[in-house]
Design a protein around this ligand. Sequence first.
Ligand SMILES: [Fe+2]
Length: 218
Amino acid sequence: MSMINAQHWNQLPKLLNQFSTNHDLVYIEAFFEEESFHEILAQSRLYRKEVEPDIRLTNLTSSMKPAELTYIPPSDEILFGGLYESKELKEFIQCIVNRPKLLTFNCQRYVVYRPGQGLDWHKDVPTYIDPEYSAILTLENETDSSFKFRDASRQVHTIHTRSNSLLLLKAFRASHKVIPCTYGSRTAIIMEYTPTKSKGPLFYPNIFFYRFLKLFRK
Ligand SMILES: [Fe+2]
């Protein structure tokens, strides 16, 4: 049975067009079939108590507090019913971004945004030679937060990311901003895919910086 809402498979040409017009970004509502989405949601609630600050973002010069993170699970741990490794999800993303093969690299996380937490205008930093793609599935959003991005003609768009929506974007392309909410919380799963594992110049600095901060905090 298909996990992804069948209407999106039928609308692929339209989504492909939006992806290119939006500078390699697309936002899709009612992404999963209801039953599949509720299974993911139920499992995600088990991780909520494990949230800890996302130390990788503490170096950003921003007045906003970064989002929080549960943990990056070991590679053999299957979260969310194997969603990240799902053949169907990978195939769908490959069609939109027009890549014959995308790889996972054990990079998925569960994030919680609370009041005051957001990110200023930025482009995601690629760690591989061929920039990776982030797929952000919003689980719950009972907040007034919003997501802004600049399209290929630099026009700014604002989205209120709804529950069961997927936001797909390529690193180092569309600049975007997360405006903090003033109440409630928003939860999401962020999954990253790469077309190649050839490391870019920022791969090792990123890893060393992360490990250094982790040691420092213990
Ligand atoms: Fe970002």
